[in-house]
Design a protein. Sequence first.
Length: 307
Amino acid sequence: MPRHFLRDDDLSPAEQNEILNLADSFAGDRSYARPLEGPRSVAVIFDKPSTRTRVSFSVGIAELGGYPLVIDSGSTQMGRGESIEDTTRVLERMVSAIVWRTFEQSAMEAMAGVSSVPVVNALTDDFHPCQLLADLQAVRQHKGRLAGLTMTYLGDAANNLAHSYLLAGTTAGMHVRIAGPPHHLPRADIVADAERIAAGTGGSLMVTSNAVEAFTRADVLATDTWVSMGQEDEAAQRQQLFGAYSIDSAAMSLAADDAVVLHCLPAYRGKEIAADVIDGPQSIVWDEAEDRLHSQKALLTWLLRQG
Protein backbone atom coordinates (compact mmCIF):
# COMPACT_ATOMS: atom_id res chain seq x y z
CA MET A 1 0.00 0.00 0.00
CA PRO A 2 1.27 3.51 -0.73
CA ARG A 3 2.08 6.03 1.97
CA HIS A 4 -0.06 9.17 1.90
CA PHE A 5 0.44 12.59 3.50
CA LEU A 6 -3.00 13.82 4.51
CA ARG A 7 -2.23 15.46 7.85
CA ASP A 8 0.94 16.37 9.72
CA ASP A 9 0.87 13.44 12.11
CA ASP A 10 0.93 10.94 9.26
CA LEU A 11 4.68 11.20 9.82
CA SER A 12 6.43 9.87 12.90
CA PRO A 13 9.08 12.11 14.48
CA ALA A 14 11.82 10.06 12.83
CA GLU A 15 10.10 10.23 9.43
CA GLN A 16 9.55 13.98 9.70
CA ASN A 17 13.25 14.44 10.50
CA GLU A 18 14.24 12.21 7.59
CA ILE A 19 12.20 14.32 5.17
CA LEU A 20 13.63 17.57 6.57
CA ASN A 21 17.16 16.21 6.16
CA LEU A 22 16.30 15.31 2.57
CA ALA A 23 14.86 18.81 2.08
CA ASP A 24 18.15 20.32 3.20
CA SER A 25 19.93 18.16 0.62
CA PHE A 26 17.64 19.56 -2.08
CA ALA A 27 18.27 23.10 -0.81
CA GLY A 28 22.00 22.51 -1.27
CA ASP A 29 21.62 20.82 -4.67
CA ARG A 30 18.32 21.20 -6.52
CA SER A 31 19.25 18.16 -8.66
CA TYR A 32 20.08 16.03 -5.61
CA ALA A 33 17.64 13.28 -6.69
CA ARG A 34 15.39 12.74 -9.72
CA PRO A 35 12.95 9.96 -8.81
CA LEU A 36 10.49 11.03 -11.52
CA GLU A 37 13.00 10.73 -14.35
CA GLY A 38 11.35 9.41 -17.43
CA PRO A 39 9.42 11.63 -17.10
CA ARG A 40 6.76 10.25 -14.79
CA SER A 41 3.74 12.46 -14.16
CA VAL A 42 2.24 13.84 -10.96
CA ALA A 43 -1.32 15.18 -11.00
CA VAL A 44 -1.60 18.50 -9.13
CA ILE A 45 -5.29 19.36 -8.70
CA PHE A 46 -6.62 22.74 -7.61
CA ASP A 47 -10.09 23.42 -6.24
CA LYS A 48 -8.82 26.70 -4.72
CA PRO A 49 -6.68 29.53 -6.11
CA SER A 50 -2.96 29.27 -5.46
CA THR A 51 0.38 30.95 -6.11
CA ARG A 52 3.05 29.30 -3.93
CA THR A 53 1.54 25.80 -3.98
CA ARG A 54 1.08 25.85 -7.75
CA VAL A 55 4.55 27.19 -8.49
CA SER A 56 6.45 25.12 -5.92
CA PHE A 57 4.87 21.81 -6.92
CA SER A 58 5.11 22.52 -10.65
CA VAL A 59 8.77 23.53 -10.49
CA GLY A 60 9.60 20.82 -7.96
CA ILE A 61 8.09 17.97 -9.98
CA ALA A 62 9.97 19.17 -13.07
CA GLU A 63 13.23 19.33 -11.11
CA LEU A 64 12.60 15.76 -9.91
CA GLY A 65 12.61 14.77 -13.58
CA GLY A 66 8.83 14.52 -13.88
CA TYR A 67 5.91 16.17 -15.60
CA PRO A 68 3.53 18.28 -13.48
CA LEU A 69 0.01 17.68 -14.76
CA VAL A 70 -1.68 20.78 -13.30
CA ILE A 71 -5.48 20.43 -13.26
CA ASP A 72 -8.06 23.06 -12.35
CA SER A 73 -10.90 20.84 -11.19
CA GLY A 74 -13.59 23.18 -12.46
CA SER A 75 -12.56 22.37 -16.03
CA THR A 76 -12.81 18.60 -15.47
CA GLN A 77 -15.57 16.10 -14.83
CA MET A 78 -14.81 16.50 -11.11
CA GLY A 79 -16.40 19.92 -11.47
CA ARG A 80 -19.51 18.31 -12.97
CA GLY A 81 -20.07 15.77 -10.23
CA GLU A 82 -17.91 12.75 -11.06
CA SER A 83 -17.14 10.93 -7.83
CA ILE A 84 -13.78 11.34 -6.16
CA GLU A 85 -13.29 7.59 -6.23
CA ASP A 86 -13.90 7.30 -9.98
CA THR A 87 -11.57 10.21 -10.74
CA THR A 88 -8.89 8.67 -8.54
CA ARG A 89 -9.16 5.26 -10.20
CA VAL A 90 -8.50 6.88 -13.57
CA LEU A 91 -5.62 9.08 -12.39
CA GLU A 92 -3.79 6.28 -10.55
CA ARG A 93 -3.46 4.40 -13.87
CA MET A 94 -1.59 7.33 -15.42
CA VAL A 95 0.34 9.23 -12.73
CA SER A 96 2.85 8.40 -10.00
CA ALA A 97 1.28 10.58 -7.30
CA ILE A 98 -1.67 12.92 -6.76
CA VAL A 99 -1.43 16.31 -5.06
CA TRP A 100 -4.74 18.01 -4.22
CA ARG A 101 -5.66 21.45 -2.86
CA THR A 102 -9.29 21.28 -1.84
CA PHE A 103 -11.88 21.98 0.85
CA GLU A 104 -13.07 19.00 2.90
CA GLN A 105 -10.57 16.74 4.63
CA SER A 106 -13.06 13.90 4.15
CA ALA A 107 -12.70 14.25 0.37
CA MET A 108 -8.91 13.93 0.69
CA GLU A 109 -9.36 10.80 2.78
CA ALA A 110 -11.80 9.37 0.25
CA MET A 111 -9.21 9.81 -2.50
CA ALA A 112 -6.47 8.18 -0.45
CA GLY A 113 -8.81 5.35 0.46
CA VAL A 114 -8.87 4.05 -3.13
CA SER A 115 -5.57 5.32 -4.53
CA SER A 116 -2.71 2.97 -5.36
CA VAL A 117 -0.32 5.96 -5.63
CA PRO A 118 0.64 8.48 -2.93
CA VAL A 119 -1.88 11.25 -2.22
CA VAL A 120 -0.58 14.56 -0.84
CA ASN A 121 -2.69 17.14 0.96
CA ALA A 122 -1.72 20.50 -0.53
CA LEU A 123 -4.30 22.22 1.72
CA THR A 124 -7.73 21.45 3.11
CA ASP A 125 -9.99 23.36 5.46
CA ASP A 126 -8.55 21.30 8.35
CA PHE A 127 -4.79 21.06 7.66
CA HIS A 128 -1.93 22.60 5.67
CA PRO A 129 0.83 20.01 6.22
CA CYS A 130 3.07 20.88 3.25
CA GLN A 131 3.34 24.44 4.56
CA LEU A 132 4.49 23.16 7.93
CA LEU A 133 7.29 21.09 6.41
CA ALA A 134 8.59 24.29 4.80
CA ASP A 135 8.17 26.24 8.04
CA LEU A 136 10.09 23.65 10.05
CA GLN A 137 12.85 23.53 7.45
CA ALA A 138 13.20 27.32 7.51
CA VAL A 139 13.32 27.43 11.33
CA ARG A 140 15.88 24.64 11.47
CA GLN A 141 18.04 26.39 8.88
CA HIS A 142 18.14 29.53 11.03
CA LYS A 143 18.10 28.01 14.50
CA GLY A 144 20.04 24.79 13.93
CA ARG A 145 17.40 22.72 15.71
CA LEU A 146 13.68 22.33 16.36
CA ALA A 147 13.31 20.31 19.57
CA GLY A 148 13.00 22.53 22.61
CA LEU A 149 12.18 25.73 20.73
CA THR A 150 8.99 27.64 21.53
CA MET A 151 6.88 28.30 18.44
CA THR A 152 3.84 30.59 18.67
CA TYR A 153 1.06 30.88 16.11
CA LEU A 154 -1.40 33.76 16.50
CA GLY A 155 -4.61 34.96 14.87
CA ASP A 156 -7.40 32.71 13.67
CA ALA A 157 -6.50 29.77 15.86
CA ALA A 158 -9.37 27.64 14.56
CA ASN A 159 -8.01 27.36 11.03
CA ASN A 160 -5.99 24.77 9.13
CA LEU A 161 -2.62 26.33 9.94
CA ALA A 162 -3.28 26.35 13.67
CA HIS A 163 -4.12 22.64 13.48
CA SER A 164 -0.99 21.88 11.50
CA TYR A 165 1.25 23.90 13.83
CA LEU A 166 -0.07 21.85 16.73
CA LEU A 167 0.60 18.49 15.09
CA ALA A 168 3.82 19.22 13.21
CA GLY A 169 5.36 21.27 16.00
CA THR A 170 4.80 18.68 18.70
CA THR A 171 6.02 15.95 16.32
CA ALA A 172 9.28 17.94 16.11
CA GLY A 173 9.51 18.14 19.92
CA MET A 174 8.72 21.87 20.04
CA HIS A 175 6.77 23.83 22.63
CA VAL A 176 3.80 25.02 20.59
CA ARG A 177 1.61 27.95 21.61
CA ILE A 178 -1.60 28.71 19.74
CA ALA A 179 -3.30 32.02 20.51
CA GLY A 180 -6.56 33.50 19.30
CA PRO A 181 -9.76 35.02 20.60
CA PRO A 182 -12.37 32.83 22.32
CA HIS A 183 -14.50 30.87 19.86
CA HIS A 184 -11.59 30.93 17.38
CA LEU A 185 -9.45 28.22 18.95
CA PRO A 186 -8.38 24.79 17.66
CA ARG A 187 -10.64 21.77 17.59
CA ALA A 188 -10.55 19.76 20.80
CA ASP A 189 -9.77 16.47 19.05
CA ILE A 190 -6.72 17.95 17.33
CA VAL A 191 -5.49 19.43 20.61
CA ALA A 192 -5.84 15.96 22.13
CA ASP A 193 -3.85 14.43 19.26
CA ALA A 194 -1.09 17.02 19.78
CA GLU A 195 -1.00 16.31 23.52
CA ARG A 196 -0.54 12.63 22.80
CA ILE A 197 2.31 13.37 20.38
CA ALA A 198 4.01 15.81 22.78
CA ALA A 199 4.01 13.19 25.52
CA GLY A 200 6.29 11.07 23.35
CA THR A 201 8.58 13.76 21.94
CA GLY A 202 9.23 16.03 24.91
CA GLY A 203 7.27 18.86 23.33
CA SER A 204 4.32 20.68 24.83
CA LEU A 205 1.38 22.81 23.81
CA MET A 206 -0.52 25.82 25.07
CA VAL A 207 -3.84 27.06 23.71
CA THR A 208 -4.69 30.53 24.98
CA SER A 209 -6.53 33.75 24.27
CA ASN A 210 -3.83 35.74 26.09
CA ALA A 211 -1.65 37.23 23.35
CA VAL A 212 0.99 38.54 25.75
CA GLU A 213 1.42 35.09 27.27
CA ALA A 214 1.82 33.62 23.79
CA PHE A 215 4.36 36.20 22.62
CA THR A 216 6.57 36.16 25.72
CA ARG A 217 10.03 34.67 25.08
CA ALA A 218 8.88 32.80 21.97
CA ASP A 219 11.65 31.67 19.62
CA VAL A 220 9.37 31.59 16.57
CA LEU A 221 6.35 33.78 15.82
CA ALA A 222 3.98 32.78 13.03
CA THR A 223 0.75 34.16 11.63
CA ASP A 224 -1.57 34.03 8.64
CA THR A 225 -4.09 36.33 7.00
CA TRP A 226 -7.14 36.96 9.16
CA VAL A 227 -9.45 36.82 6.14
CA SER A 228 -9.17 33.51 4.31
CA MET A 229 -10.81 32.62 1.01
CA GLY A 230 -14.58 32.78 1.36
CA GLN A 231 -14.47 35.08 4.42
CA GLU A 232 -14.25 38.40 2.58
CA ASP A 233 -17.65 39.54 3.85
CA GLU A 234 -16.32 39.24 7.42
CA ALA A 235 -13.17 41.32 6.84
CA ALA A 236 -14.00 44.34 9.01
CA GLN A 237 -15.28 42.20 11.88
CA ARG A 238 -12.26 39.92 11.77
CA GLN A 239 -9.76 42.78 11.74
CA GLN A 240 -11.30 44.12 14.93
CA LEU A 241 -11.53 40.68 16.53
CA PHE A 242 -7.94 39.63 15.85
CA GLY A 243 -6.24 43.02 16.35
CA ALA A 244 -4.57 42.06 19.64
CA TYR A 245 -2.83 39.13 17.95
CA SER A 246 -0.90 41.13 15.34
CA ILE A 247 2.85 40.59 15.09
CA ASP A 248 4.19 44.14 15.42
CA SER A 249 7.07 45.86 17.20
CA ALA A 250 5.34 45.53 20.58
CA ALA A 251 4.94 41.78 20.06
CA MET A 252 8.56 41.43 18.96
CA SER A 253 9.71 43.20 22.13
CA LEU A 254 8.11 40.41 24.18
CA ALA A 255 9.58 37.53 22.17
CA ALA A 256 13.12 36.19 22.49
CA ASP A 257 15.75 38.65 21.27
CA ASP A 258 16.71 36.32 18.43
CA ALA A 259 13.15 35.27 17.54
CA VAL A 260 12.35 34.59 13.89
CA VAL A 261 9.09 35.37 12.12
CA LEU A 262 7.04 33.20 9.73
CA HIS A 263 4.09 34.01 7.48
CA CYS A 264 2.75 31.54 4.90
CA LEU A 265 1.64 34.41 2.57
CA PRO A 266 -0.15 36.26 1.12
CA ALA A 267 0.48 38.90 3.80
CA TYR A 268 -1.48 42.04 4.55
CA ARG A 269 0.94 44.53 6.06
CA GLY A 270 -0.53 46.59 8.86
CA LYS A 271 -3.05 43.91 9.75
CA GLU A 272 -1.84 40.49 10.94
CA ILE A 273 1.79 41.58 10.60
CA ALA A 274 3.52 44.96 10.58
CA ALA A 275 5.50 46.00 7.49
CA ASP A 276 8.65 46.63 9.53
CA VAL A 277 8.43 43.08 10.90
CA ILE A 278 7.84 41.10 7.72
CA ASP A 279 10.44 43.20 5.88
CA GLY A 280 12.80 43.34 8.87
CA PRO A 281 15.91 41.38 9.86
CA GLN A 282 14.08 38.78 11.96
CA SER A 283 11.75 37.76 9.14
CA ILE A 284 12.54 34.46 7.44
CA VAL A 285 9.38 34.61 5.34
CA TRP A 286 11.13 34.51 1.98
CA ASP A 287 13.31 31.54 2.99
CA GLU A 288 10.10 29.90 4.21
CA ALA A 289 8.48 30.46 0.81
CA GLU A 290 11.48 29.01 -1.04
CA ASP A 291 11.50 26.02 1.28
CA ARG A 292 8.08 25.02 -0.03
CA LEU A 293 10.02 23.89 -3.13
CA HIS A 294 12.71 21.93 -1.28
CA SER A 295 10.49 20.32 1.35
CA GLN A 296 7.84 19.22 -1.16
CA LYS A 297 10.50 17.70 -3.41
CA ALA A 298 11.77 15.85 -0.36
CA LEU A 299 8.26 14.71 0.57
CA LEU A 300 7.51 13.37 -2.92
CA THR A 301 10.88 11.63 -3.09
CA TRP A 302 10.33 10.04 0.31
CA LEU A 303 6.78 8.90 -0.48
CA LEU A 304 7.85 7.36 -3.79
CA ARG A 305 10.66 5.51 -2.06
CA GLN A 306 8.19 4.04 0.45
CA GLY A 307 6.26 2.48 -2.41
